[in-house]
Design a protein around this ligand. Structure first.
Ligand SMILES: [Zn+2]
Ligand SMILES: [Zn+2]
Length: 280
């Protein structure tokens, strides 16, 4: 695994990338503090068994969400991380193509990203929230980032719903809450209060849950088929479910959910791709 220099990894390549990254970087810690200090003490006795279990589970979620996000940004998955040696055999070389932007021959499944301005090995897509391309070497981290975002946002949305609409229904069941939901910036400017701020965090959680769920639903079928976005209709590289999962999560895939620090080497170099048995 080759890491990108910190300066390059954390430098947004566009304004949209920077804005999306900042939204997550601010939103995740604020949500965690909101959950632990405001919601949980109203649902469980502080220091009780369930309070401790949920508090630890929350820490695990936040740790995995942020560390997988950072790993995704740090791991270099571009063609710059390998010394490209086009094969000598004509039938293999014919699978490589010329990238006019990089001015080099690039292997099958490597595609150029206009934002990163480099070709990326087994490129899936450019992710705004991590300011980098998702490809062969960082797909694992992207997948867990998405999964833990979905679980975390779902959990907080349920708890926050109980807090707002049941425990504090007398305050929040009013037209002004709707205004805060539809125009949060205006509402916070006109009437800055903790209560309005909680509604905005709640709304962001619902959005995070909705978006991460949709993205998971979109990516999972491709993940199962061993395909990337450019090949989403294809089964060209489908090696069967287990091998496809291993191709993304590595040889110790059953342990990778624990942390991005769990070493799990990928079975492929990301360069010399050959079609699987299920050719289109
Ligand atoms: Zn290129
Ligand atoms: Zn990119």
């Amino acid at each position: 695994m080759i890491l990108r220099p910190l300066g390059r990894a954390f430098r947004p390549r566009s304004i949209a990338d920077g804005a999306c990254f900042m939204l997550i970087a601010v939103f995740v810690p604020i949500t965690y503090i909101f959950q632990v200090t405001v919601i949980m003490p109203e649902l469980h006795n502080v220091g009780s068994f369930w309070y401790t279990v949920i508090w630890l589970a929350g820490l695990f979620l936040v740790f995995n969400l942020t560390s997988n996000m950072l790993a995704c940004m740090l791991v270099d998955t571009s063609i710059k991380m390998v010394i490209l040696k086009p094969p000598l055999e004509a039938h293999l070389l014919s699978r490589w193509h010329m990238c006019d932007m990089c001015q080099t021959l690039v292997p099958p499944r490597a595609w150029h990203c206009e934002v990163c301005n480099v070709c990326v090995l087994k490129r899936d897509h450019h992710c705004r929230f991590t300011c980098c391309c998702i490809g062969h070497h960082n797909y694992r981290y992207f997948f867990y980032y998405l999964l833990y975002m979905c679980i975390g946002a779902c959990y907080v949305s349920i708890n926050a719903s109980i807090y707002l609409w049941y425990l504090h229904a007398d305050y929040y069941w009013r037209p002004y809450t709707l205004i805060t939901i539809f125009v949060p910036a205006l509402s916070l400017t006109v009437h800055a209060s903790w209560e309005n701020f909680y509604v905005v965090i709640y709304e962001l959680n619902l959005l995070a849950f909705g978006m991460s769920t949709l993205l998971l639903i979109y990516h999972l079928p491709m993940f199962k088929r061993g395909a990337v976005m450019k090949e989403r209709q294809s089964t060209k590289y489908d090696l069967g479910l287990r091998a496809n999962c291993e191709m993304v999560l590595g040889k110790r895939m059953h342990w990778t959910w624990l942390s991005p620090f769990v070493r799990s080497d990928l079975p492929h170099d990301g360069v010399n791709w050959l079609p699987g048995p299920k050719k289109d």
